[in-house]
Design a binder for this molecule. Structure first.
Ligand code: KG4
Ligand code: ZN
Length: 342
């Protein structure tokens, strides 16, 4: 029997504040993964400034792509397709990647595959876990999304739970700002929590009435703000590490309990984590413990593949390519694209 031909995909990601390009072989092998982060720039403003993000993407994107091709030791002629994030995200930022991908697709005569950013995050799990195949349950926790998703097949998703207000990463970022840790908040809370007592303050673990898989993080965020105000009024010192650790525990407990509830109820005994918050060390630890107790295999990507990158977009693009998905040169950025929409 003839061996299946390798599929090489150049992937581009520019939905927020990372300009990224990667070359991925057969969806699971990363030949290069180049990320140019704008974090230092946005730190000056305490968060991502969309206009600045778009301008920086334009400045960086050609170099990032050149470097990705060089590191992978391939030229455009070796590629089988170009994959690009076309939503959701900041529209100006997305447009840079989409326009670039269309130009390369046209100039090199390559098929174009638009990828949903969250599908990318989920697909990051396929890279380091060669044996992982759908169906599985995936907890997607990023700066913009908190979703519980049943991955029924490659590219086939059912969202069973969502946040009603803030995303988990957004809550980390807001709480970090409130306690003076600055941007980006998630990694800073993760770090400072290691010196704090997670049981020092009891913050609420919100349940959403009648929706066992939905989330709400605005309550815990308000509770942190109230605690800080209370301390100030009473002239008590604000113990940053204790607040961070207690907040982190409250959020992680809810994420773990909802995810395991979904695994049990849907009888799909396989759980994956995805998105920037999936690199949180406490979440990984608590989830590992909970899954070990119940005998559920747990998957999560390395931290560099949890936060925004293009390798995950290349992985997702490959499975879409295999399903026959192709986009035309009229592909546009869709800032509020829904998972599963085309
Ligand atoms: O997936 P991502 O890179 O971008 C989006 O698609 O949003 O996620 C970024 C989010 C930010 O809110 C950031 O604070 C959070 O992920 N994050 C973390 C950690 N690393 C990144 N949150 C908690 N702990 C971390 N170690
Ligand atoms: Zn992301």
């Amino acid at each position: 029997m003839e061996a299946e031909k390798d599929v090489l995909i150049l992937a581009i990601e520019s939905s927020c504040d990372e300009t990224a390009a990667a070359v991925v072989k057969n969806g699971r092998e990363v030949l290069s993964n180049v990320i140019s982060s704008q974090i230092a720039l946005h730190t000056l403003y305490g968060g991502v400034v969309p206009e600045i993000a778009s301008r920086k993407h334009i400045e960086k994107i050609n170099d990032v792509i050149q470097e990705a091709l060089k590191k992978a030791m391939v030229s455009l002629g070796d590629l089988d397709a170009v994959g690009v994030t076309y939503g959701p995200g900041l529209v100006g930022a997305l447009l840079v990647g989409v326009a670039e991908a269309k130009a390369i697709s046209y100039a090199a005569g390559l098929p174009l595959i638009g990828v949903h950013h969250i599908e990318g995050h989920i697909s990051a799990n396929y890279i380091e876990h060669k044996e992982l195949e759908p169906p599985f349950v995936c907890l997607v926790v990023s700066g913009g999304h908190t979703h519980l998703v049943v991955v029924k097949d490659y590219g086939v998703y059912e969202i069973i739970g969502k946040t009603r207000d803030d995303a988990a990463g957004e809550a980390f970022d807001k709480v970090a700002r409130a306690i003076g840790l600055g941007y980006p908040g998630g990694p800073k809370i993760d770090k400072v929590s290691k010196e704090g007592n997670p049981d020092a303050i009891h913050f609420p673990r919100a349940k959403v009435e009648d929706s066992p898989y939905d989330f709400s993080f605005s309550g815990v965020k308000s509770a942190v703000l109230n605690h800080i105000n209370g301390c100030r009024m009473k002239g008590e010192t604000i113990v940053q590490a204790d607040i961070a650790a207690s907040f982190q525990k409250a959020v992680c407990e809810v994420l773990v309990s909802h995810a395991l509830e979904a695994v049990r109820a849907y009888q799909i005994p396989k759980l994956a984590l995805a998105g920037g918050v999936a690199s949180n060390s406490e979440l990984r630890f608590m989830m590992k413990e909970a899954c070990r107790k119940e005998g559920i295999p747990l998957y999560y990507p390395s931290p560099v593949l949890c936060t925004d990158n293009a390798a995950m977009i290349g992985a997702a693009a490959y499975f879409e390519y295999r399903r026959g998905v192709r986009h035309g040169l009229d592909l546009n950025a869709v800032p509020n694209l829904k998972l599963g929409e085309r």
